[in-house]
Write a protein that binds this ligand. Structure first.
Ligand SMILES: Cc1cc2nc3c(=O)[nH]c(=O)nc-3n(C[C@H](O)[C@H](O)[C@H](O)COP(=O)(O)OP(=O)(O)OC[C@H]3O[C@@H](n4cnc5c(N)ncnc54)[C@H](O)[C@@H]3O)c2cc1C
Length: 450
């Protein structure tokens, strides 16, 4: 078995949305860092699952999120926001920018590296085992940040986890995103404008959103056109259930499709079901593509530019940590003594049933309102040097659908890095840190107090 000799201050499992930020912040704090990433790129769901743009948040972002956005804007040579805090980014650029920042700060990245096991000694993880470039390999560290999105390290380390909703364990719906290129976006948006489409102002190729959701009047005449496609068998009801596409900065003629959203038939933790999602999703992509090419002006010369390299999993496993953030906390816009990150996205559970989804939307925040994520949601009772950041922290099913937003995952990643620095300086294990002290540090260092 290969062994990497260095003992890292911080081992980050999963270099996705939260993991890349956790690693970068830890490096900026002077810690040595290795990232274990199972794909060939950083950014996770943002890049490999093609999830763009970043939905808006009205809470102050960390300095690091602002820094990355500024780098992306400099690289693309254009502003990535229009009239709201939505950030329209190009996933390919995010991969490059995040990697360059981390390497420039002296970080180590292990790509094609999948965590398989964790060795525990006296309540702490001492070493993790991976399959890296098809070689079994060991990595040692002092602090371990689980940014796998799936609580992969928690499971390997024996920390309890939950999956799906509290009633029947059903997960949120999965999507298999893809990009269509060769679109004449000007033609498309002008056509939409004339077809009573009001979802978007249709003024601009860079910030154009194309949406079809059954019965939504903002979709104008698209409703009739898609319904005709369903009736004549070109499309299925599932195909047209949720069609949404965004233009992409610096990719003229390309739009990123937030779908297809797959019929919610399997647990995402079931390996066979997972693979069936991929095949079903690919067939849905093809049907939708053929339909658009045939019926919607602007798509005449279109082609499938790429499909995502990761399935769009909104929710899989969550850790059961020292505190479980729940609906009452969300509704109360609760603040905590150990609140180390802020969030304001609504409860956004994707299911097969639009009516069920609407039920969840009931409490939405006004801009400026937010709740806090307690430090205790990131740490466990069981393992001293473990911390989670990202969509698998300790929450209920519904609240997970609010915390999973990219900005929030990034904020948690930065806070987790601060916790590792604090733990190293004070010798207090991650799961025994007084979150109040950490909150004070986070407010001072990474948030501007409102
Ligand atoms: C279809 C869809 C649409 C969405 N729409 C939006 C949106 O419009 N705006 C928004 O802000 N958010 C959106 N989200 C939510 C958001 O994108 C994700 O919740 C967020 O990016 C998750 O970040 P993360 O860091 O927790 O996980 P990820 O970004 O998924 O990162 C996890 C990383 O861990 C790696 N990994 C996993 N297991 C292992 C292992 N065993 N070993 C090594 N590496 C491993 C993965 O390869 C990945 O890189 C959407 C999500 C989906 C799926």
């Amino acid at each position: 078995m290969s062994k990497i000799e260095q003992i890292y201050d911080v081992v980050v499992v999963g270099g996705g949305t939260a993991g890349a930020m956790a690693a970068l912040e830890a490096l900026k704090q002077g810690l040595s860092v290795i990232i274990i990433e199972k794909t060939l790129a950083l950014g996770g769901t943002m890049t490999n699952a093609l999830v763009t743009p970043m939905m808006p948040t009205y809470v102050e972002n960390t300095h690091l999120t602002k820094h990355i956005k500024a780098l992306l804007e400099a690289y693309e040579g254009k502003k990535l926001t229009k009239d709201s805090p939505v950030v329209w980014f190009n996933p390919e650029t995010v991969k490059y920018v995040m990697e360059k920042e981390i390497l420039d700060c002296g970080g180590t990245i292990l790509y094609d590296a999948t965590l398989t096991e964790a060795q525990i000694k006296e309540g702490s993880i001492v070493e993790v085992t991976l399959l890296a470039a098809n070689q079994p390999c060991r990595v040692k560290g002092r602090h371990f940040i689980d940014c796998s999105g799936d609580a992969a390290l928690a499971k390997a380390a024996g920390i309890p986890t939950r999956s799906g909703n509290e009633t029947d364990g059903k997960n949120q719906a999965v999507s298999f995103r893809f990009e269509i290129g060769g679109i004449d976006i000007s033609t498309l948006r002008n056509w939409c404008k004339n077809e009573a489409y009001t979802f978007n102002d249709c003024l601009n190729d860079q910030f154009f959103e194309f949406v079809h959701v059954p019965n939504n009047p903002a979709c104008g005449n698209l409703l009739e056109i898609f319904e005709a496609g369903r009736k004549n068998g070109e499309l299925t009801a599932a195909d047209i259930r949720y069609v949404q596409a965004f233009s992409i900065p610096a990719k003229p003629g390309v739009m990123s499709f937030n779908g297809p959203q797959l019929p919610n038939d399997h647990a995402v933790t079931d390996p066979l079901g997972f693979s069936q999602y991929v095949s079903t999703g690919r067939a849905m992509q093809r049907r939708l593509f053929q339909f658009l090419k045939k019926h919607i002006p602007g798509f005449e010369q279109a082609y499938i530019a790429q499909e995502a390299r990761m399935l769009g999993v909104r929710e899989s496993c969550r850790i059961v940590g020292q505190y479980v953030l729940d609906e009452a906390d969300y509704i109360a816009r609760r603040k905590f003594d150990d609140g180390i990150a802020r969030a304001d996205w609504y409860v956004d559970v994707h299911t097969d049933d639009l009516e069920v989804e609407k039920e969840h939307f009931k409490v939405k925040y006004d801009p400026g309102e937010y709740y806090e994520i307690p430090y205790r949601c990131l740490v466990s009772h069981e393992v001293k040097n473990y911390i989670a950041a990202g969509r698998h922290i300790s929450t209920t099913f519904k609240v997970q659908s609010s915390v999973r937003i990219q900005f929030t995952c990034q904020n948690m990643g930065v806070a987790a890095a601060y916790a590792c620095k604090y733990s190293k300086e004070t010798n207090i294990p991650l799961n025994q840190i007084d979150g109040k002290a950490l909150k004070a540090l986070c407010l001072k260092e990474i948030y501007t107090e409102r």
